[in-house]
Design a protein around this ligand. Structure first.
Ligand code: HEC
Length: 165
């Protein structure tokens, strides 16, 4: 009887630990933006420069916003829960035009003023290719790379793009 109580106590303790560590993980990690291809298309851009400095971003990118982020594009203030995705696709030069190639990576911004208060209320992440797991930046690194550049747009709530009607 005593043994069972101890085992029960240990498993409750372990369960609490597991759920605590999951929460801690979620608190820093930006979730993969499931279904973003069905969100509102904000705008696109083709970076065709041959400059090696543009190697990472060369190609097409299409920007998508969820419903909350669309409120932000309209009002200039993005509510918590806003998610914006920049979908980077390789360019492939054909005789008559420039086609899309493979997905390079996606850049994600998610608004949560408590969770990401050190980076202007936005969490930043980059997912490699079509992967939902392979993260190319961590929150700490994102604070230096992504955030530093987006901070130049602090007066626009850290968002560069504007919605093309
Ligand atoms: C050197 C500056 C710079 C850096 C570094 C940078 N961005 Fe951006 N980002 C931009 C610009 C400029 C745009 C607007 C592109 C457009 O209008 O098509 C943009 C657009 C975006 C968008 C669409 C929302 C918006 O602000 O328009 C997301 C999402 C995004 N970036 C995420 C990231 C992530 C994640 C990182 C880090 C991995 C990152 N960015 C690093 C300059 C930067």
């Amino acid at each position: 009887m005593k043994k069972i109580t101890i085992i029960a106590a240990i498993s409750v303790c372990c369960m609490a630990f597991v759920s605590f560590s999951n929460q801690a993980k979620i608190a820093v990690e930006v979730p993969y933006p499931e279904g973003y291809r069905e969100w509102t298309h904000v705008k696109s851009m083709l970076i065709s420069s041959k400059d090696p400095k543009q190697d990472h971003s060369r190609g097409y990118h299409h920007i998508y916003a969820n419903e909350k982020a669309m409120e932000g594009y309209k009002t200039g203030k993005f509510p918590n829960g806003s998610v914006i995705v920049a979908d980077f696709i390789e360019m492939s030069e054909m005789e008559v035009g420039i086609a899309e190639g493979k997905r390079k990576f996606i850049d994600v911004m998610i608004k949560n003023t408590d969770r990401y208060k050190d980076t202007g209320g936005w969490g930043y992440e980059e997912f490699d290719g079509d992967s939902k797991e392979k993260r190319l930046v961590t929150q700490i690194k994102a604070g230096i790379t992504c955030y530093n550049c987006h901070a130049l747009k602090a007066e626009k709530d850290y968002v560069y793009s504007t919605y093309r009607e």
